[in-house]
Design a binder for this molecule. Structure first.
Ligand SMILES: C[S@@+](CC[C@H](N)C(=O)[O-])C[C@H]1O[C@@H](n2cnc3c(N)ncnc32)[C@H](O)[C@@H]1O
Length: 690
């Protein structure tokens, strides 16, 4: 385990807290800070609960507690009991302000009105999130979804394990977690101290934060360019007299390669030294022109990558791969964010209940929660709970799914419509399948496929628990479609992947052990072994490319209502995302990328380390833990048109999903490649009942 990893984990930061006035969260370390007490309703509940326990009173906690504006809080248990009477219907002073449009389903709604009603009207917007006009209309940006871990799947595996104790222990560990250890360039840069980078990351400011990071990336790129030019001109000697003491109050000499090797052999340098050196390298790289001390940029980068690997506990190959995705300072923010758990979130199952009813039921059980954000009308973020979130009566009755917020995204992008015929090509344990079924209001049909038969058990269990009646579960290798069945209006390919977006949930990804995530997110150990080289990623990318072509070919281009494919992964590597999408565009002239219809997310790369992708790849969306406070995720949406049949196209059809295409992209030897494909088939089919 990495040195830094030992310090984890902090409690989840609120996913979206649009009205929060929390102090700066620009530095990730500060994200650990509790929000201002007065500003965060959940905090108030906690305090009231403590007070109630002290007084020996038992009480329910209501939205009213949460909603109470500052200055009106603190009336304590009596006030809360009064509100609870209202919930129980014993008091009937109900206002219908703002509720008429959704008040159509009985007592609970009416009672909820009372709970949400605020005498002075403050905070109405926030709380109206529970009352989204037409919450039940499941529109694409306000739909349900599911899952918790593993980028897409941990839900059923962790059912019942998400206990209060677990949530609490995360909290208490958070308190142990030191302040941010590595201040990054942004931390002390005046340029970044603007509004857009202050405060917590919320759904409302994430766009601006994201732009600020992009701007910083551009500035760093410019600096890099200047430095390279100076180096080429032999300039820079005069910078050698810069006093490195000023960097960090101490001298800093980059060790030579030999010294580094020596240090490694001796068990590595002391953790404090590593921290200091990382900080120093980040600073030098952020102002290389002045601070380089005559050493090459690559030397600092190598040192930093090596230190990140040892500090956070990654293998060096993966460290470099992830490091290269970001400007230097932002890379540190990414690695830091992977040490902090993402918020615990649940998706309301609209086939069984409505979000505000669910929220009320859970609050009554002592769960401290809030709506995730305006972009979803079915998500709730759980801050704290006195009951196991995976074992409440509501959970068992299928009123919600434990699901990471990021996994809402591909289903929102796919936007399946009632009465359509939909395929979820890699679906277990079914978070997204059940979300789709709900959006389709239990009409039409969802084929929920997963190559791993064992995993279809949890899929089936979830389908039953959530009351999905339009789902057919099957277990084929996705590469067998469309031979098995085709002509779908929409397809979701939530592809098996390396899980580099979900490191905060599964630290074993850091060393690419064939772990929980690898097993769950990918086909098999054989296909998703240990990612310790470029080639390992190519193998995975290869499978993803095969699957995406099969998915495209399974879409009905003449669909009257759809004709869409969404490709997603819980990974942030370019090989598994943009490269796969670009490959599909090259191989299938009848598909084009379209906007995913998501309100946030960074555009996909159109060029990356010497590779260029189709310009439209910028329509894909990337999500990052340090930017969006959700798991790393990738979403691309394609529109499938009718293919123009040519002889050449027919010929291609027979070859391009095997080795030829991958060869071209990855420099594979087709013969060798064939072995992997065959091996994959053998592995899958040998255990398969005929
Ligand atoms: C990221 S997980 C899917 C999570 C799921 N969509 C959800 O939301 O719960 C990837 C899944 O792909 C399955 N898988 C791996 N290789 C496959 C293949 N060749 N065909 C179909 N499914 C495959 C794995 O068993 C795994 O369940």
């Amino acid at each position: 385990m990495g040195r830094r990893a030992k310090n984890k984990q902090g409690a989840p930061e609120p996913l979206a807290d649009p009205d929060s006035k929390k102090s700066s969260v620009k530095k990730l370390g500060k994200r650990k800070a509790e929000p201002e007490d007065e500003e965060r309703p959940g905090k108030k509940i906690k305090e009231d609960k403590k007070a109630a326990v002290k007084e020996g009173t038992k009480r329910k906690v209501t939205f009213a507690d949460q909603k109470k504006p500052e200055g009106k809080k603190g009336k304590g248990a009596n006030e809360i009991v009064k509100k609870n009477k209202e919930v129980d219907g014993s008091e009937d002073e109900r206002s219908s302000d703002g509720w008429e449009d959704v008040d159509e389903d009985g007592d609970l709604t009416a009672e909820a009105k009372v709970l949400f009603n605020d005498s002075d009207g403050k905070g109405e917007d926030e709380w109206n999130q529970f009352n989204m006009e037409g919450e039940e209309d499941d529109d694409p940006l306000r739909g349900p979804i599911e899952e918790l871990d593993l980028g897409s799947d941990d839900e059923d595996e962790s059912d019942g394990e998400v206990l209060v104790g677990k949530l609490r222990s995360r909290r208490s560990k958070q308190q142990e977690r030191p302040e941010k250890i590595i201040p990054t360039v942004s931390d002390d840069s005046d340029e970044d101290s603007g509004d857009e980078s202050d405060g917590p990351i919320t759904m409302t400011n994430m766009e601006a934060r994201s732009h600020a990071l992009d701007a910083r990336a551009a500035r760093e790129a410019e600096l890099d360019m200047e430095e390279m030019q100076r180096a080429a001109e032999g300039d820079g000697e005069d910078d050698l007299d810069v006093d490195m003491e000023s960097i960090d109050g101490e001298g800093f000499v980059l060790p030579t390669v030999e010294e580094r090797e020596e240090q490694k052999k001796a068990g590595g340098p002391d953790v404090n030294l590593v921290q200091r050196r990382m900080r120093q390298c980040v600073r030098v790289l952020g102002n290389f022109k002045k601070l380089n001390r005559g050493r090459a940029r690559t030397e600092y980068v190598d040192q930093l990558v090596s230190d990140i690997a040892s500090y956070y506990g990654y293998n060096e190959f993966l460290t470099e791969k992830l490091f290269n995705l970001f400007p230097v300072a932002e890379a540190i923010e990414f690695f830091e964010a992977n040490e902090v758990p993402r918020p615990v979130t649940i998706r309301t199952n609209t086939l069984r209940t409505r979000r505000r009813d669910l929220a009320q039921a859970l609050i009554n059980r002592g769960v401290n929660l809030e709506p995730i954000g305006k972009w979803t009308n079915v998500g709730l973020q759980v801050f704290e709970s006195t009951v196991p979130i995976g074992a409440t009566p509501e959970y068992l009755a299928g009123h919600y799914m434990l699901q990471a917020a990021s996994s809402f995204l591909p289903v929102i992008a796919l936007s399946p419509q009632p009465n359509e015929r939909v395929l979820d090509m890699a679906s277990a344990p079914g978070g997204k399948t059940t979300h789709m079924a709900a959006l389709m209001q239990n009409t039409g049909v969802v084929f929920a496929n997963d190559a791993n038969k064992a995993r279809t058990k949890s899929l089936t269990a979830n389908v039953h628990r959530l009351g999905c009646k339009n789902v057919v579960v099957c277990s084929y290798d996705g590469r067998e479609f469309p031979k098995v069945i085709g002509g779908f209006d929409r397809i979701l390919l939530d592809a098996p992947c390396s899980g580099t977006g979900v490191i905060s949930k599964d630290a074993s990804v850091k060393v690419n052990k064939a772990s929980h995530t690898a097993l769950l997110c990918s086909l098999s150990l054989a296909d998703c072994t240990i990612f310790q080289s470029e080639r390992d990623f190519m193998l995975l990318s290869h499978l993803q490319k095969q699957l995406i072509l099969c998915a495209i070919d399974s879409v009905n281009p003449s669909s009257k209502t759809g004709g869409y494919l969404v490709y997603s992964t819980c990974s942030v590597t370019v090989d598994e995302n943009e490269a796969v999408v670009d490959y599909a565009l090259k191989k299938r002239s009848n598909v084009k990328l379209v906007e995913a219809g998501l309100e946030f997310g960074r555009p996909g790369f159109t060029s990356y380390r010497g590779k260029t992708f189709h310009q439209s790849v910028s329509m894909t969306r990337r999500f990052y833990p340090h930017v969006h406070n959700m798991d790393g995720f990738f979403v691309a949406k394609f529109k499938v048109e009718k293919p123009v049949k040519t002889k050449k196209a027919d010929e291609e059809e027979t070859t391009d999903i095997t080795a030829e295409a991958i060869e071209q992209d990855a420099g594979f030897d087709s013969e060798e490649d064939k072995q992997y494909i065959e091996r994959g088939y053998r592995m899958k089919w040998s255990n398969r009942p005929r």
